[in-house]
Design a protein around this ligand. Structure first.
Ligand code: PLP
Length: 454
């Protein structure tokens, strides 16, 4: 299949196994090999594979209608899903704008912020500021707002320019502060950035409550988002929480931002919303923004063909109901504590494990050449990639990624198994992971030793 087909996104130097089926926390390829799926692709499969209740809900929807354009009809699943999300999200975020994925949800938020300020009589406000060491999607607006230098590099001339804002990265504090003496300089850096371009130009600030794809489950200082909210309010800047990875229970609460004591003006979500059963995304919008449109009898000028797709919304409803019925958010918290404890027990004195962090079933491990200095591996070593491949060969799927503060170096993995994972499976996950880390270090031993020489 690999040589004869013409799917363009494949890496031509890799031979991919062919997926045959999924069941719970496992995937099986056509040769019968079993993989413990400890990251759900890119943190998508929240319920595990092949949950009959979700499959039945999709079949039932297909039996009634597969599609009716939302400019002509509404449909029961999207109405029900919007209602459920209004109940579960932080206060006032009562409106859902449905799209087909995370980047679309972020693009919608970026444009909605602009449309909001135009209606408020402030048409010069358009710029969305994001942080270094963040990822908000690959479409041009989302890429411009984000700070993943590797993903941005090729497209840099096409991206709007915005000031850089420091991440909240306590393990590698950009201000060289010990967390015990932190004065939230990284949050105040947003104020500096807003003043640099002029508050009259800035429409919104976007941030992942817990950073995923660029930094491996980076949990912020507990007061970080409170300070950010204050700064946003001071300068009439909307706060967008990008919960595309963290939303819907992944971090042990329905929304991760709830853990940091603020209500954002918008929340973007996607992956866990239909847990991989079909593509969907959503931008949750605060009443005060929607009222601005409704009071002026305006519609938000934006849209995609598949928004509010009945099948996608039916999957979202089925996923939320399943999670409620089986108390999976509570389980994500509890099993997350189990996972991080087991990881710390197994790896606390590993010479190349710098940091283990996360919330709920969203854990990150940062690897370093030297624990004492936190010096990263050289990028040429591709430690994270080799670890990902080694784990895969061992039947464990994890999400490897590179990049630390200078955007080029650094090695992390994300561990984000389905919420139904058992204690025994967590034990096996940790066992396979340690085995894969040791094998990776062994494979790279000579090059690591050479790099470590003074
Ligand atoms: N925002 C965040 C925080 C993400 O992690 C991602 C994807 O990883 C996106 C946005 C983009 O989502 P998608 O790949 O569905 O377009």
């Amino acid at each position: 299949m690999n040589e004869d087909t013409h799917v363009f996104y494949r890496n031509p130097f890799t031979t991919y196994p062919v997926i045959a089926r999924g069941e719970g926390a496992y995937l099986f390829d056509t040769k019968g090999k079993r993989y413990l799926d400890a990251c759900g692709g890119a943190v998508v499969s929240a319920l595990g594979h092949n949950v009959p209740e979700v499959v039945e809900a999709l079949k039932a929807q297909l039996d009634s209608v597969e599609f009716a354009h939302t400019s002509q009809f509404t449909n029961p699943p999207q109405e029900q899903l919007a209602e459920l999300l209004a109940e579960l999200s932080p206060g006032g975020l009562n409106h859902a704008y449905f799209v087909s994925g995370g980047s679309e949800a972020v693009e919608s938020a970026i444009k909605m912020a602009r449309a909001y300020w135009v209606q408020m009589g402030r048409p010069e406000k358009w710029m969305v500021i994001g942080r270094e060491q963040s990822y908000h999607g690959n479409t041009l607006g989302a890429l411009a707002a984000g700070g993943n230098r590797w993903r941005r590099a090729l497209y840099e001339p096409m991206l709007y320019q915005r000031p850089r804002v420091s991440p909240c990265y306590c393990y590698r504090c950009p201000f060289d502060k010990d967390p015990a003496h932190c004065a939230l300089e990284c949050a105040d850096d947003l104020e500096r950035a807003i003043l640099e371009v002029g508050p009259e130009k800035v429409s919104a600030f976007i941030a992942e409550p817990i950073v995923g794809a660029t930094a491996g489950a980076l949990v912020p200082h507990e007061n970080y988002f409170r300070r950010i909210r204050e700064i946003c309010d001071r300068y009439d800047v909307l706060l967008i929480a990008d919960e595309v990875m963290t939303g819907l229970g992944r971090c042990g609460t329905w929304f991760a931002i709830k853990q940091f004591g603020v209500v954002p003006d918008m929340i973007c979500m996607a992956k866990g919303l239909a847990a991989g059963y079909v593509p969907i995304g959503a931008t949750l919008v605060h009443n005060h923004i929607v009222d601005t449109f409704h009071n002026r009898r305006n519609v938000f000028q934006h849209g995609h063909t598949y928004m509010g797709h009945p099948l996608a919304a039916a999957a979202g409803v089925a996923v939320i109901k399943y999670m409620q019925q089986h108390k999976l958010v509570e389980r994500s918290k509890k099993m997350g504590e189990e996972l991080i404890t087991r990881l710390r027990e197994a790896l606390h004195d590993h010479p190349h494990v710098g940091d283990i962090r996360g919330r709920g079933l969203f854990c990150g491990i940062e690897f370093v050449l030297d624990r004492a200095t936190k010096h990263p591996f050289e990028p040429e070593l591709a430690f994270h990639r080799i670890l990902g491949e080694t784990a895969f060969a061992n039947g464990l799927i994890i999400y490897p990624m590179g990049g630390t503060l200078d955007g080029r170096r650094g090695d992390h993995v994300l561990i984000a198994p389905p919420f139904i994972i058992t204690k025994a499976q967590i034990g096996r996950l940790v066992e396979l992971l340690v085995k894969s880390i040791d094998a990776t270090v062994a494979k790279l031993r000579e090059r690591i030793a050479a790099a470590a020489l003074p």
